[in-house]
Design a protein around this ligand. Structure first.
Ligand code: ADP
Ligand code: GLC
Length: 469
């Protein structure tokens, strides 16, 4: 089967979060199953672009409203990711250093999608499936089926994977004319609540829709920023497939970014050495349990609750722990974490910005990872952490609820809590400290979580089954 993935991010080319990890790994696992998987993404100006060789495979142009746009498709010559990687270059629009957060993001998403569809229209054969990821690419199923210029592509099956339903790609109807000439009788397939809603359009037009955990699909049917009724109506084609993690990148035995490699056999020694490095770097004592948070400092991750919750936990009797955060995002949250760090020198520290190497060192050196997310469609951090023997402390939501069972429940191995609230987080930290002091139980769980299987193999097969349907 030949699959074309269309995504705005792909690790290691350009990464903001887990979407990149998934699109960087799933195609490789699909290739290993004997399929042909290709990825097309924007040509962002990242390090990867300059460090690899490229060849031009297509040049084209189109009108987006009144604006004439020229685009070039380049292909990475050496297939260094293990699959064909194509990038869309649009001078002045896509060739930028950051992936998102520009005033003209809507233009960028639209121009990228039109370029991909224009290019596809020139292919001498058709891929068997087009797999689009998130709202940035979710207009493609509509365009293939209802734009006059692409009617020969209308029969190609499309899959939409929703990694995050919080962002839906809303556009005013004034932009309707920027989509290549389309059959206006079908305006309802673009519309939700009187605006063009890219994600809603993808849900209506894609052959199949899936989320990155089963529980998240159930949650979206109950509440999804206004789309819950749409999910309910389209329930027959909706399902959940849990993400896997890339066992080649995330492996404590071979990870070149960590200080000391270890396996389940020498995990205690390996983690102690990695922990010592972190503690030396951040002014902590190694005897105390070390909690980490890694991620975007935004409301979805409940990052705003970290500083007050850690502060409250430190005030609980017998609470003696260290907390290290790595992330970037809302300025008010960064400021609160900075204050926490100053108020608790020797206990709390924070590193702002994006740092792949430090993230690996933290998964390896920590005792617990804290994930109080308000919304977590899948969550990869808890799975990376478990692979490195770091116990997850998570709110029971989305994919976190599908991957972590509380250690006091049957077959459990982590710590879970119900509310994204200061009190629940502080209590969960407190329970973790009690577990840490019960050395035999703590070390038993550490080994148990390293044995759990989060590899892509099972999920890659589920995607092939979905395409086959
Ligand atoms: P999301 O995609 O919602 O941000 P995920 O848990 O799916 O959350 O994936 C987050 C990914 O981004 C993980 O690979 C995590 O290690 C990485 N990550 C997030 N923030 C940072 C950061 N500041 N530095 C390095 N890696 C980060
Ligand atoms: C999104 C979600 C995250 C998920 C990731 C990969 O960014 O927020 O929960 O793990 O996509 O699917």
């Amino acid at each position: 089967m030949e699959i074309l993935h269309v995504s705005f991010e792909c690790y290691p080319v350009a990464k903001v979060g887990g979407l990149a990890d998934v699109v960087g790994a799933l195609p490789r696992y699909q290739q290993q199953l004997g399929h042909i998987a290709k990825v097309v993404m924007p040509m962002h100006r990242t390090k990867f672009l300059y460090e690899h060789e490229w060849e031009v495979v297509h040049k084209g142009s189109f009108k987006m409203g009144k604006r004439a746009i020229d685009f070039t498709i380049i292909k990475e010559t050496n297939n260094s990711l293990g699959f064909d990687l194509y990038c869309v270059d649009i001078y002045g629009l896509l060739d930028r250093e950051k992936v998102y957060n520009y005033d003209d993001d809507t233009d960028r998403f639209l121009a990228f999608q039109i370029s991909v569809t224009e290019w596809l229209a020139q292919w001498h054969h058709h891929p068997d499936v087009i797999h689009v990821h998130d709202h940035h690419t979710a207009l493609i199923p509509f365009m293939l089926q209802h734009c006059f210029g692409y009617c020969h592509l209308a029969q190609i099956p499309t899959i939409l994977t929703i990694h995050n339903g919080e962002y839906q790609g809303w556009m005013s109807w004034q932009r309707g004319g920027e989509i290549p000439a389309w059959d206006t009788w079908n305006w309802g397939l673009l519309d939700w609540d009187d605006t063009i809603n890219s994600l809603a359009s993808g849900i209506k037009c894609a052959y199949r829709v899936n989320t990155v955990s089963s529980n998240y699909m159930t949650e979206l049917m109950e509440s999804s920023k206004g789309l819950q009724h749409l999910f309910q109506m389209e329930a027959a084609k909706c399902s959940g497939i849990l993400n896997g993690i890339d066992y080649e990148v995330w492996n404590p035995e071979t990870d070149t970014l960590i200080l000391d490699n270890y396996s389940i056999k020498d995990v205690n020694q390996g983690k102690n050495l990695n922990k010592k490095k972190l503690c030396d770097d951040y002014g902590f004592e190694t005897t105390k349990p070390l909690f980490i948070f890694i991620g975007r400092l935004v409301g979805e991750k409940a990052a705003d609750l970290l500083a007050p919750a850690v502060s409250e936990a430190l005030n609980l009797p017998n609470a003696d722990f260290n907390f290290l955060v790595l992330g970037s995002g809302e300025k008010s949250t960064e400021a609160a974490l900075d204050q926490l760090k100053d108020a608790h020198v020797g206990f709390c520290n924070a590193q702002f910005g994006y740092n792949e190497k430090l993230s690996h060192q933290m998964y390896a050196g920590a005792d617990f990872i804290l994930m109080p997310s308000r919304v977590e469609p899948c969550g990869l951090n808890q799975m990376y952490a478990m692979r490195y023997g770091t116990i997850p402390v998570v709110r029971k939501t989305g994919g976190l609820a599908d991957t972590v069972i509380d250690y006091e429940d049957e077959n459990g191995y982590g710590i879970t809590f119900l509310q994204a609230s200061v009190n629940d987080i502080a209590q969960a930290i407190h329970r973790s400290i009690i577990l840490y002091r019960n050395k035999s139980k703590f070390l038993e769980l550490r080994k148990l979580i390293m044995k759990l299987d989060w590899s892509w193999e099972k999920s890659a097969i589920k995607y092939i089954e979905l395409y086959t349907k």
